[in-house]
Write a protein that binds this ligand. Structure first.
Ligand code: AR6
Length: 182
């Protein structure tokens, strides 16, 4: 585990399974239809319960499919987290992947702030099924957190939960690049 301070935020990097993390919200790397089949989405619904899929289906019925970069919130069922924030990352090849990841993270953080949450945990958005290079995801994600740290409101702690050794290493390298002069 590595720890950085930036503006009003504590930013942590750990290897692990995000479904086990205790935080006000964990973020899901979702698709536009909030159909949580594989990857981190599948793990969140398997562990948290079907209520997360049911609330997601209700959101889609009410507002239609999400856009890349949108973020919405459901409860978290049996998870230790209180809420799940679902955000949609880009698929490799669609263009502007880094700035779309930036917006997904920024919108997730703004939602957490508007709900008065203190802690939020993120997986490495778009680096699994969506095949974006971990370096690109790390750049966009960390830059979004760094910019948000200027006015974080209620949010005190952001936790990156990285599932593999490789991706953990890439995120730590990017963090030391961007967060050392915070
Ligand atoms: N905890 C933390 N990270 C995890 C976990 C976990 N339990 N499980 C996987 N990862 P992905 P995407 C990592 O595929 O690329 C889904 O089907 C994984 O190693 O979950 O944004 C959705 O429904 C990778 O580094 O998300 C969408 O259709 C990272 O989480 C689509 O995949 C993201 O991998 C979204 O694709």
């Amino acid at each position: 585990m590595e720890r950085f301070r930036c503006g009003g935020l504590e930013i942590l990097f750990m290897k692990g399974d995000i479904t086990e993390v205790e935080a006000d919200a964990i973020v899901n790397a979702a698709n536009k239809y909030l159909q949580h089949g594989g990857g981190v989405a599948g793990a969140i619904v398997r562990r948290g319960g079907q209520v997360i899929q049911e609330e997601s289906d209700r959101i889609i019925r009410e507002r239609g499919p999400l856009e890349v970069g949108d973020a919405v919130k459901t409860t978290a069922g049996r998870l230790r987290a209180k809420w799940v924030i679902h955000t949609v990352g880009p698929i490799k090849g669609e263009g502007d992947e880094e700035s779309k990841i930036y917006r997904a993270v920024r919108n997730s953080l703004l939602l957490a702030k508007s709900e008065g949450l203190e802690s939020i945990a993120f997986p490495a958005i778009s680096t699994g099924v969506y095949r974006v290079e971990p370096e690109v995801s790390a750049r966009g994600m960390i830059r979004a957190v760094k910019d948000f740290s200027r006015d974080p409101g209620s949010v005190k702690r952001v936790i990156f939960v990285l599932y593999t050794d490789d991706i953990y290493r890439v995120f730590l390298e990017e963090a030391s690049r961007q967060l050392s002069q915070c």
